[in-house]
Design a protein around this ligand. Structure first.
Ligand code: RP5
Length: 169
């Protein structure tokens, strides 16, 4: 009998509260892709699909995920609720809302009570990119090849910064 080969589970889950968050969270996905880190993106709304949220968060570790990146906007309860139901590290990305420019998202995500941590990033694209870099850094602790790719990524970033500005004002 030939043993069935299971595909390696993706180590990073990217969850978001709405399709409208994808334009922000896609930057996390793109960054992970550049670093060669497999990931899975899902829409999991704390308010509109609460049962999906509970199912995802409770099963996340057993499903093989190692880190969760959770992005939401407005009354952004998703990252905190995920963190309440999984022991995995959760990085929260405040999505820039229309009404309050993401300040509502930031405060909703960052003000967790002691005992249920969410590593909160900056509002918008910067937060999504940095959540991916942090997720990769966590995974790199046990993955020397990924650690090397992260070093290369940083070196390339440094190399891309000009010594002086160009162009007329
Ligand atoms: C939150 O409400 C989502 O994370 C999203 O940022 C925000 C608005 O959602 P939509 O009305 O665009 O679906 O739950």
């Amino acid at each position: 009998m030939v043993a069935e080969r299971r595909a390696e589970p993706a180590p990073v889950a990217i969850v978001m509260g709405s399709q409208s968050d994808w334009s922000t969270m896609t930057h996390a996905a793109e960054t992970l892709t550049k670093l060669g880190v497999a990931h899975e993106a899902r829409i999991v709304s704390a308010h509109r699909t609460p049962d999906r949220l509970v199912a995802f968060a409770k099963a996340a570790r057993d499903d093989g995920f190692k880190v969760v990146i959770a992005g939401a906007g407005g009354a952004a309860h998703l990252p905190g609720m995920v963190a309440s139901m999984t022991p995995l590290p959760v990085f929260g990305v405040p999505v820039q809302s229309q009404a309050l420019s993401g300040l509502d998202s930031l405060l909703s995500i960052v003000q967790m009570p002691a005992g249920v941590p969410v590593g909160t990033l900056a509002i918008g694209r910067a937060g999504a990119v940095n959540a991916a870099l942090l997720a990769a850094s966590v995974l790199a602790l046990n993955d020397p090849a990924l650690a090397g790719r992260l070093d290369d990524w940083r070196a390339a970033q440094t190399g891309s910064v000009a010594e002086a500005p160009s162009g007329d004002l």
